[in-house]
Design a protein around this ligand. Structure first.
Ligand SMILES: *[C@@H]1O[C@H](CO)[C@@H](O)[C@H](O)[C@H]1NC(C)=O
Ligand SMILES: *[C@@H]1O[C@H](CO)[C@@H](O)[C@H](O)[C@H]1NC(C)=O
Ligand SMILES: *[C@@H]1O[C@H](CO)[C@@H](O)[C@H](O)[C@H]1NC(C)=O
Ligand SMILES: *[C@@H]1O[C@H](CO)[C@@H](O)[C@H](O)[C@H]1NC(C)=O
Ligand SMILES: *[C@@H]1O[C@H](CO)[C@@H](O)[C@H](O)[C@H]1NC(C)=O
Ligand SMILES: *[C@@H]1O[C@H](CO)[C@@H](O)[C@H](O)[C@H]1NC(C)=O
Ligand SMILES: *[C@@H]1O[C@H](CO)[C@@H](O)[C@H](O)[C@H]1NC(C)=O
Ligand SMILES: *[C@@H]1O[C@H](CO)[C@@H](O)[C@H](O)[C@H]1NC(C)=O
Length: 770
């Protein structure tokens, strides 16, 4: 309404008249969208003062560019710059030669800064590092950009498990800077949940033992929160709680200062087993085991949302959380993420939805329930349209915000008719488990984000990134981030050309050719197969692995060779070197698939000669993989482990965190319950985990060939577990935190060994091989 008053009565009157007439002609849901969501979501925005937001944006610039250079950028907050409910920035070069960036929030200003640096100064800022070389004279500019939607969302509930578990403030700070630079204005902020739960459990008279058997270790918090497991990797120490509380205050302050709205946790119904002792009459069901976790580590209770106790606990938790951290009125809650509701009755589902919302609403009458729509993908059969509709419409329209979690592959907004009126965010999930392995769906995100927004009756209010783990495949996230303001799809070839030029600081024909090739093949996956980072090298050895890719391997090897030619021009670029490691890693990953087929074939044909030679070649490949990864800063197990240990204050904690860090990326569970789900192609993991498994397996195959005995796979798997996997998770071996060797020298040695230029390479590119 404020907006109308400022515009003056006449304009407002015409505008209102226009809206009325417009409403008569256009599908009612479109108008409904603009009006209803402004009314219910309008308050989901920063309430920090303009001065603080401007200062926060300036600080980002200073951290990024240094004190002196950042003075050339004048940052001004102007909430009236663009339409209500969107973010706008405007950039001009003033007569003094300074760049003036106006924006509707701290985020919008920072986003504008990045927009200018990227599009006018050939700068590149990524998770892997930044390329910031400014021209001597800052280029002329006059541009005004408005976001397509209200929100740009960031993070999956698992990201804190797979990527940021061990981050201290410096890393969070860099990450929050990155969010603002990319226009992200809505982000999950889940740190320190356990500290508050622990407080509440104490108040409810749970014993320390009862709390410890529930809350799991740092690397497993997301899954404990979701009720999948309990206690594993724990207990959590007072140091951990204190640390995370301090950290969460820092995170929230910075997000709020910049104008990023943090999404806080709400009670979803998962409770410790001790609740049975404390509340014998409450209606609770033991959750089914998740991925064969034994009883000791699985199956907490789910408190029935319609039971009065749900309301009591939900209210208490949220109050306690808000008392400590304040609120921005938006709460994430996923009761049925990977478990089914107790009944299929529509009325029941309606009551459940209503009960979950009421618990939030009782504490905060402005509460918005943010829900990941993963349940509709995961339990596709259970969640029929009518059931989903009952559940979704049990909450007033606009008081729920849905993350269509993996829109690039399994969108639900179409099937569920724009979530029956609830606003949703189009999210690219892309990554599972933080695994490495190059892939992405450029063409899909370049089209379907627009289709989602423009479809009839669309309730789409944002775009988002929901990867389980970050620090991989940066390129696809950069493309996705642009979908937030672009009005039409980009020319992907041109886009990949620009990407390569920015990333390495200058145009280079080989680098550009490589990225354009990658854009058309590796990053143009359009299938429905689930990409989960499982390749021959990262899987537990067996005779049974089927590997496939959607592009031509031989072409990939040729491009690898082409990419390395860029070393003459770009050899000093840090990001080029990063990508040499990654592309060489990818080539070896593919080569291992090829070799595996030969090993398998010789084994089946009982050809000992050819078996021995292919097996030893495969093992050699692991050594080469280890050495190229060891040369890259961002591919070291040592870093992950040292960050984990840095969180500890005594030996016991250090041991525990080290085990957490190692178990998550290997066995994932005490007995390999979801083994290798979150595997990492890092130096240290290759040498001491992936390779020894294959070594043991190939030896066993050889023995069975030589002795003509049947292979006992049970025995081999037992040995792999007891001799390699488990010891790896408990070992306290120190791994380097500094890279070793010259990446380019190492890559050249590797390619000369593994690449044969004679290989024919011009078959079609989007073929699938199984
Ligand atoms: C916890 O125990 C205290 C002392 O025995 C008691 O006063 C309080 O009511 C108990 N709280 C709950 C929630 O049972
Ligand atoms: C945790 O914080 C509390 C309260 O500030 C303090 O009394 C306690 O000493 C801290 N403990 C650790 C291990 O940091
Ligand atoms: C528990 O809740 C379920 C689902 O609402 C209901 O079917 C069941 O009868 C309840 N049990 C008790 C003991 O109230
Ligand atoms: C969208 O709605 C318009 C008007 O109701 C209708 O003519 C058109 O066919 C619809 N398009 C689709 C793709 O459903
Ligand atoms: C191969 O995989 C299938 C399906 O996972 C499984 O049923 C079969 O037992 C496996 N065979 C061997 C030899 O491991
Ligand atoms: C890299 O830097 C070194 C030292 O500054 C210089 O001698 C060399 O020419 C540079 N190489 C390339 C490819 O730019
Ligand atoms: C075994 O494999 C080697 C190498 O591929 C080949 O030269 C040889 O003929 C094979 N031996 C038999 C008996 O097939
Ligand atoms: C395979 O090995 C397991 C474990 O060592 C053993 O229990 C089993 O009897 C063996 N099976 C055969 C067929 O030898």
């Amino acid at each position: 309404m404020l907006k109308f008053i400022r515009m003056g009565a006449t304009v407002a009157l015409w505008l209102q008249l226009f809206i009325v007439i417009f409403g008569l002609f256009v599908s009612s849901s479109q108008c409904h969208k603009l009006d209803a969501f402004q009314a219910t979501l309008g308050h989901i925005r920063s309430r920090t003062s303009p001065e603080i937001q401007t200062k926060a944006a300036k600080d980002v610039a200073e951290r990024l560019l240094g004190k002196e250079i950042s003075k050339l950028f004048i940052m001004i907050l102007d909430t009236d710059l663009g339409p209500v409910g969107k973010d706008t920035f405007k950039i001009i070069k003033n007569p003094l030669g300074e760049i003036e960036i106006r924006g509707t929030s701290g985020v919008a200003i920072t986003w504008g800064l990045h927009y200018y640096l990227k599009n006018y100064c050939n700068v590149h800022i990524s998770w892997d590092g930044a390329q910031i070389t400014l021209p001597n004279t800052l280029p002329e500019v006059r541009v005004k950009i408005t976001s397509n939607d209200r929100f740009r969302y960031y993070q999956n509930v698992c990201t804190v498990g797979y990527s940021s578990t061990w981050w201290q403030w410096k890393q969070w700070e860099r990450n929050i800077d990155w969010m603002a630079l990319n226009g992200i204005n809505l982000a999950l902020a889940f740190t320190a949940q356990e500290a508050i739960w622990q407080r509440l459990y104490r108040e409810l008279n749970l014993t320390k033992e009862e709390i410890d058997e529930h809350l799991g270790g740092p690397a497993f918090l997301p899954w404990t929160r979701m009720g999948n497991i309990r206690g594993f990797g724990g207990p959590l120490s007072t140091n951990w709680h204190n640390r995370t509380i301090r950290l969460q205050h820092q995170i929230l302050r910075r997000m709020r200062d910049l104008g990023i709205v943090p999404v806080l946790p709400a009670f979803a119904g998962h409770v410790p087993r001790a609740f049975v002792r404390l509340f014998p009459n409450a209606n609770m069901t033991k959750i089914d085991p998740w991925n064969q976790f034994e009883d000791k580590y699985c199956c907490p209770y789910l408190l029935e949302p319609t039971d009065p106790l749900f309301h009591i606990i939900g209210e208490k938790f949220l109050r306690m959380y808000i008392d400590e951290f304040g609120t921005d009125h938006i709460y994430n809650c996923d009761t049925f993420n990977e478990n089914e509701p107790g009944s299929t009755e529509l009325i029941y589902l309606r009551n459940v939805g209503h009960a979950i919302f009421s618990a939030m609403n009782a504490v905060d009458p402005k509460a918005i329930w943010l829900m990941q729509a993963w349940l509709f993908v995961h339990d596709f059969i259970f969640w029929t349209e009518s059931r989903a509709k009952s559940f979704l419409t049990s909450v007033p329209t606009g008081r729920m915000l849905i993350l269509d979690l993996q829109s690039e592959q399994f969108p639900q907004y179409g099937r569920l008719k724009s979530y029956y009126g609830q606003p949703f965010i189009w999210c690219m999930l892309h990554n599972f488990g933080g695994t490495l392995g190059m892939f992405g769906s450029a063409q899909i995100i370049n089209q379907r984000t627009f289709e989602g927004r423009n479809m009839n009756g669309s309730t789409m209010v944002g775009t988002g990134l929901t990867p389980e783990g970050i620090n991989q495949n940066y390129v696809i996230y950069e493309l996705m981030n642009e979908m937030a303001y672009r009005h039409e799809p980009v020319d992907l070839d041109a886009w990949f050309n620009n990407y390569a030029t920015r990333r390495y600081g200058a145009w280079n024909e080989y680098a550009v050719a490589t990225w354009q090739y990658l854009g058309r093949t590796v990053y143009n996956f359009i299938g429905a197969q689930k990409i989960r980072g499982h390749y021959v090298i990262t899987r537990r050895p067996s005779l049974n692995i089927s590997s496939w890719v959607w592009y031509d391997r031989k072409n990939f090897y040729s491009m690898w060779n082409v990419f390395l030619k860029a070393r003459y021009g770009r050899g000093n670029s840090t990001l080029y070197r990063h990508d040499v490691v990654d592309i060489t890693r990818q080539a070896l990953q593919l080569k291992a698939d090829d070799l595996y087929m030969i090993v398998l074939d010789s084994y089946k044909k009982k050809n000992i000669t050819s078996f021995r030679s292919s097996a030893s070649t495969l093992l050699e490949l692991f050594d080469d993989l280890e050495s190229i990864l060891a040369s890259g800063n961002n591919f070291l197990l040592g870093t992950w482990l040292s960050q984990a240990k840095d969180m500890a204050i005594d030996e016991e904690e250090r041991r525990s965190y080290e085990y957490n860090a190692k178990n998550q990326i290997t066995l994932w569970g005490p007995n390999g319950e979801i083994r290798d789900y979150a595997n990492k192609q890092w130096s240290g993991v290759i040498a001491d985990y992936f390779k020894p498994r294959w070594e043991l397996f190939l030896n066993a195959l050889e023995i069975s060939l030589v002795q003509r005995t049947k292979l006992n796979t049970t025995e081999i798997n037992n040995r792999i577990f007891h001799e390699v996997e488990r010891p790896f998770t408990f070992s306290t071996k120190l791994y380097p935190v500094e890279p070793k060797g010259d990446t380019i020298d190492i890559a050249m040695k590797i390619i000369s060994k593994w690449y044969n230029e004679e290989t024919p390479s011009l078959s079609s590119s989007n073929t699938k091989t199984c």
